[in-house]
Design a protein around this ligand. Structure first.
Ligand SMILES: Nc1nc2c(ncn2[C@@H]2O[C@H](COP(=O)(O)OP(=O)(O)OP(=O)(O)O)[C@@H](O)[C@H]2O)c(=O)[nH]1
Ligand SMILES: [Mg+2]
Length: 293
């Protein structure tokens, strides 16, 4: 029995959350085309007959400005502590200057666990770019194992799993076989609502939004959910609600459909939108929202 913890780190939009969902074979972390989608370290648990691998999805690395950014950077640092292997996920469709990457400069150099440089989105790249990227990474991390995948197409995920498994030591199952994530259902539900906000709104609105599940109750065959959405400005609230409430209705409907698929029961979702000025800069508020350490 092999088991261990594997952190997935990389720039925002590299496809980390898409990858963890594909590996675990269930949606446990939201993925969108927008940058800075993930805010928390989220464990996704892979099981087969003779192994258990706990993958840790992390926020895309960023330079710290706000308190929320600091929280996200702490989540990355925490995820790298004591892991058995690290996957640095690289968007292989993009040229990229390694010397500007804070993850490479400050974070990965102290990690002793085996490192995998995994080039994702190879469905979008070309041979020249791949060769260049590989050379660049090989010169920085000569010990690292390099692999090419497409998280979206599912290409070479078995190859990645086998490579990761071969570095793990004998161990125990940390989680029951039927558990897929370390986060509760209410967290995932809040994230799905945030995913719809990220999908349908633009510019600062998605990033100024946070979702708080205030109540969840099963009444007969219906799961009743009350969600509070916090934004930073009155103008953001206006955009989120939209003309005649059209936008919030769309977000609620799309979220409800996804949540129903997960909980396999009817869902009644009620949303409220409130303004909390500069919540991303407020330590107190971040704690209340669950962004705390
Ligand atoms: N073409 C292609 N797109 C991909 C692939 N993997 C992920 N994507 C897309 O890339 C975008 C970003 O994916 P995410 O999984 O949210 O990226 P992330 O690294 O988790 O981003 P953050 O949470 O912001 O750090 C989404 O639109 C995905 O559908 C891939 O292999 N091929
Ligand atoms: Mg993510």
């Amino acid at each position: 029995m092999k088991s261990g913890f594997v952190a997935i780190v990389g720039k925002t939009n590299a496809g980390k959350s898409t990858l963890i969902n594909a590996l675990v074979n269930e949606k446990i972390s939201i993925a969108t085309p927008k940058v800075q989608t993930t805010r928390d370290a989220i464990q996704g648990i892979y099981n087969d007959e003779d192994s258990q691998i706990i993958f840790i999805d992390t926020p895309g690395v960023l330079r710290s400005r706000r308190q929320l950014d600091r929280y996200m950077n702490q989540q990355i640092r925490g995820a790298l502590e004591g892991v058995d292997a690290v996957i640095l996920l690289v968007d292989a469709s993009k040229g990229f200057n390694a010397s500007e990457d804070p993850l490479i400069k400050d974070r990965l150099k102290d990690v002793e666990a085996p490192l995998f440089i995994v080039f994702n989105k190879i469905d979008l790249t070309n041979i020249n770019l791949m060769e260049k990227l590989k050379k660049e990474y090989a010169s920085i991390f000569p010990e690292a194992k390099m692999l090419e995948i497409s998280a979206l197409d599912g290409f070479n995920l078995d190859g990645l799993l086998n490579e990761v498994k071969s570095t793990l030591k004998d161990g125990v199952r940390y989680y029951d076989q039927n558990v897929k994530s370390d986060h509760p259902l209410s967290f995932l539900i809040g994230e799905i609502i945030r995913e719809k906000i990220l999908t349908y709104t633009h510019e600062e609105v998605p990033h100024s939004s946070a979702v708080f599940i205030e109540r969840m109750k099963k009444v007969n065959d219906t799961l009743k959910i009350e969600a509070l959405i916090i934004v930073e400005r009155d103008t953001h609230k206006g955009i989120l609600i939209g003309k005649g409430g059209q936008m919030i209705k769309k977000i609620g409907e799309e979220a409800r459909k996804d949540i129903e698929k997960i909980v396999k029961t009817k869902v009644l979702l009620t949303t409220y939108v409130k303004v909390a000025k500069k919540w991303r800069d407020s330590e107190q508020f971040l704690k209340e929202l669950g962004y705390k350490r």
